[in-house]
Structures are given as structure tokens and as C-alpha cells.
Design a protein around this ligand. Sequence first.
Ligand code: SAH
Ligand code: SF4
Length: 354
Amino acid sequence: MANDLPVITGITESELSNFLKEHGQSSFRQKQILDWVWRKRVQTFDEMTNLSPALRSLLAENFRFYQPEVIELTGLKGGTRKFLTKMEDGNLVESVIIPAARAEDGEQSSRITLCVSSQVGCAFGCKFCASGLLGLTRNLTTAEMIGQILSAEKIANHRIDNLVFMGMGEPLANGKNLFPALDIITAHMGLGIGARHITISTSGFVPGIKQLIDYPKQIQFAISLHGASNKVRNEIMPVNTKWPLEELVPALQEWVDAGKQKPTLEYILIKDVNDSPKDCQDLISIARKLNAKVNLIPYNTVKGLQWTRPSEEHCKQFCKTINYARIQVTMRYEKGHDINAACGQLRLRKEQGI
Ligand code: SAH
Ligand code: SF4
């Protein structure tokens, strides 16, 4: 069946190179094919006019073009936009286009960040997270992750400058499709997004962190810590019962020791759950140990869940205390709050009818 064929935009350079070698094609063809796919963005093999008809047929017999359909686009004028993609099997996935905040000189920067999903749902079931509520349906394929970027570039009519794997799913639990996607995203003859402009976020899936340490490119790394003691993490993040802080922190230390980019500790502030002075001190001591940055995110309420965000004053005080401890800290109010598009708040509302 034609749609069993691998999608060409999910094929890495080395896979294509192996394919061409196996079929006795010169390596020069690879560059031509990649140029058609990634620079000229053609949609059929027939358009690859500098290839012989025989090679075009060979490609068409072994690969296909397929771009999942965007079925809904929600957003504010000039602001954050969320789009819903329907995968071939009917599963729905959300992605968020986030324009850069005003640059320091007051000019509007034209840089665009895309928040992509890596799975349909999520198996990790964090208690505060909309994505985890429904459990995991399936991993996204490499081409489906790439497809979100291609759709976003079309919608925004602009290239994607920064990429955050902070949509639905736990990217490191889908390493088999994530790592080839990273190869394609960072390839010069691919999407050409610099590794330093890509952030992978994990809730603390330790085996995946080890895999990411071994990945040769300088990807940015964020950890959804949200609690700096086992007591708090166990309460809100089931992943911590499997990989408690005694295992997570040394894995993060390995990342730091490997000379990778400075990690970011993401910390959602949830009222009366993780916002006490002791919680703050616990967070400071982990950040200090790892020489990590801290990113505070006042919790965005999720319909159907009981958690709320602390007062603005309380959040600011929490932030100040970290700052006084000379830890690099930022506080970020999610831009998509008003359209339920905040990263990490993605959920199949359409299917759920809420
Ligand atoms: N599974 C990975 C990648 C998803 S990132 C991870 O958890 O890191 C999504 C981010 O948004 C995570 O830091 C997540 O904890 C956070 N998040 C989830 N629900 C949220 C909410 N309601 N308000 C603010 N942030 C939320
Ligand atoms: Fe999954 Fe991350 Fe949400 Fe936890 S916070 S349920 S790991 S998407």
C-alpha cells in the first residue's frame, strides 16, 4: 500500500545515502534530492527535473511525500498561534507558534519559536498537566514531528528560528524517532536550525537523559523539576517514584560534566504545593550544585484540575529569593495562557469536547 512507504521528510541524510548506495546511485544525487526536498520544498518526485526518470521512479517506489493536514488554527493577531494537525490515522496533535518577545532595544524581533509535540498524549501522568490526563496513545513518527515544523513555516510564512520540544509528550521517551528528527532539523541540507536553538525538555526520564548526553550536538536541555524534594515531586510527578532525585540529579550532573550547555530547571509555581520558603531553598541548592539556570512559570490553570497559581507578589518574592542566592533566574508568564495554548497545556480538547 502506498501509504506504508516512508515519508521522505522523515528520512535522515545517512538513511538516504545508504539507500542510494544500495541502489548503485552516485552520492552526488543525494545533494540534488535534498535540495529539492528542503530548499525548493517540492511535493512530488516528478518535480526533481535534474534526476533521471528512472531515479525519480525508484524514489517514488520507495518513498512518498506526505504532509499531515492542519485542521484548525487559533490565535491572536500578530501573537501566539496554536494549530491542530490531523495525523493520517486521525490522531490530533497541537503545536504552538510563539513570536519573540520585544527585543531589548524596543524593536519587535522577527524571530519565531515553535513548540512541538513528540507524542499523542503522554504516559508520564504528571498530576498538573493537561497532556498527561489521557495517557499515551502513541509516539509521533520522525516525519510527524518534522511535519509540525513544515506546517508552522507555512502558516507563519517565516522560517522557524527556535524549537522547543515542550508540547504534548515526553520527547526522550520517543528517542527512536526524536534523534533522527534532530538530525534532520539540524542538518545543513535539512531544516538547518542550529542545535543551540533547540530545547529538549524532560520530566526526569533518566535513561533518555543518558541518551541525550551521548547525542553529539549541543542541544539545549530543560528539566521539568517542579519540585526540589522527593516529597513534592512524588506528590505531583509519578516519574519521580521510578527515578527519584538521587538518580535524577547525578544524571543531570553527568550532563554538566560532559561540557554540555547549561541546563535549565523549569519550575511551575503551584499554590501550596511547591511554593514554600523550604521549597525555594531546596531548589536553590539543586540549582547551585548543577550550576543551572532556573525558569519559574506561574501555573496556568487547567480545566478540571484543582491546582492554582500563587499570587503575583508571592511568585515575585520566590523569584527574588533565588536571585539573591546568585542563581540565574527568569520568570515567564506563558503567552498562550489566554488561548489555552501554553506549552505543556496541550490537550486534545477537540476530542474531549472541553
Ligand atoms: N514531557 C516533557 C515535555 C513537555 S514540556 C516535560 O514534561 O518536560 C511542557 C512543560 O510545560 C513542562 O515543563 C510541564 O511541566 C509544563 N506544564 C504542564 N502543565 C502546565 C501548566 N498547566 N502550566 C504551566 N506549565 C505547565
Ligand atoms: Fe508528560 Fe511532561 Fe505533561 Fe508530565 S509534564 S504529563 S511528562 S507532558
